[in-house]
Write a protein that binds this ligand. Structure first.
Ligand code: PBG
Length: 350
């Protein structure tokens, strides 16, 4: 649309003479009171829109706050289960699980990623016992399990694609077998959605969904997450598999491929610096679009709020609303619990 053309469906206004006032349209009329503003609000956040990422670690009675993510913890399983009950009672319907794996269990091929006795499968089973209805989304990628800190198998400094996909398939199958509702490949290898979908179907897991990290950028905003999982790359960066920051048509290509290969939902990551990508993907597909409000976005807000430089609650609401406005149906965010509490309080007020 050119800037001068009228918006579709909006009649061109004929000038009407009004002797009492030169202003016919007064947009401020619709902003007069909070009740009115709520009535005409185009985009709102609901607790149903939120997915809460949670970090799990071995041990008992452990809650380790992540220094670069104040308010976010790595929980041992017993504590994680308590947290799950709390968030479920707040109305959050889905969680995304990320494990902290000991260095001794890491290798180049990410073998631990498909160990059926590993931390993730034990966690899935335990959650399903205490909170059977909450949706569990598990990350499919090698980085938490990789001695190289990469999402794939490394050979001579290069990340191997097809060999990695074979391992991701094993990981996804193991997660489905232990009760994951959605597997979420975050690795950005080529062809992994198709390979995982066909393996799941062959094994009979036709109802296990795939949330594809379709447009995942090689971003500097993942730093705090890599601290949390001690998963930073040991060499180089992730630019040969994650997307170039300057691209948007390529995001549409990735989305097309993932949909053709069987994705049920597509995700954009990070969110805030990529609202245009969310917007374009939304007009491009009928699948639910998910925004990942990543660790660095969380850390920036927390750091500024801790200094008293911004009003945290208002900034969080504004930021998450911007993601909805851009077109996100769902938001994966470390703020999910705070937001759910805020929404509950707002609801009681009205
Ligand atoms: C791993 C993965 C990452 C994140 C989610 N899954 C890190 C990375 O790709 O390096 C980042 C999430 C965040 O920063 O909140 N494949």
């Amino acid at each position: 649309m050119t800037p001068s053309s009228p918006a579709l469906g909006v009649p061109v206004l004929q000038p009407i003479s009004n002797p009492a006032s030169p202003i016919i349209q007064r947009p401020r009329r619709l902003r007069r009171t909070e009740t009115l503003r709520r009535l005409v609000r185009e985009n709102t956040l609901a607790v149903e829109d939120l997915i809460y990422p949670l970090f799990v670690m071995e041990g008992e009675k452990l809650e380790q706050e992540i220094p670069s993510m104040p308010g976010c913890f790595r929980y041992s399983l017993d504590r994680l289960l308590m947290e799950i009950q709390t968030v479920w009672e707040l109305g959050i319907g889905a969680i995304a699980l990320f494990p902290l794996i000991a260095d001794a269990q890491k290798d180049n091929a990410g073998t631990e990623s498909y160990n059926p006795q590993g931390l993730v499968p034990r966690t899935i089973k335990a959650i399903k016992e205490v909170c059977p209805e909450i949706l569990i989304i598990t990350d499919v990628a090698l980085d938490p399990y990789s001695s190289e800190g990469h999402d794939g198998i490394v050979e001579n400094g290069k990340i191997l694609n097809d060999e990695t996909v074979a391992v991701l398939v094993k990981q996804a199958l193991m997660q489905a077998e232990t009760g994951a509702d959605f597997v979420a490949p975050s690795d950005m290898m080529d062809g992994r959605i198709g390979a995982i979908r066909s393996a799941l179907d062959q094994a009979g897991w036709i109802n296990v969904g795939i949330l594809a990290y379709a447009a995942k950028y090689a971003s500097a905003y993942y730093g705090p997450f890599r601290d949390a999982l001690e998963s930073a790359p040991k060499f180089g960066d992730k630019k040969t598999y994650q997307m170039d920051v300057g691209n948007v048509r390529e995001a549409l290509k990735e989305v097309d491929l993932d949909i053709r290969e069987g994705a049920d939902m597509v995700m954009v990551k990070p969110a805030l610096a990529y609202l245009d990508v969310i917007c374009q993907i939304k007009t491009h597909t009928h699948l639910p679009v998910v925004a990942y409000n990543v660790s660095g976005e969380y850390a920036m807000v927390k750091a500024a709020a801790a200094r008293g430089w911004i009003d945290e609650k208002k900034v969080v609401l504004e930021t998450l609303t911007s993601m909805k406005r851009a077109g996100a149906d769902l938001i994966l965010t470390y703020f999910a619990k705070d937001m759910a509490l805020q929404l509950q309080a707002d609801h009681l007020e009205h």
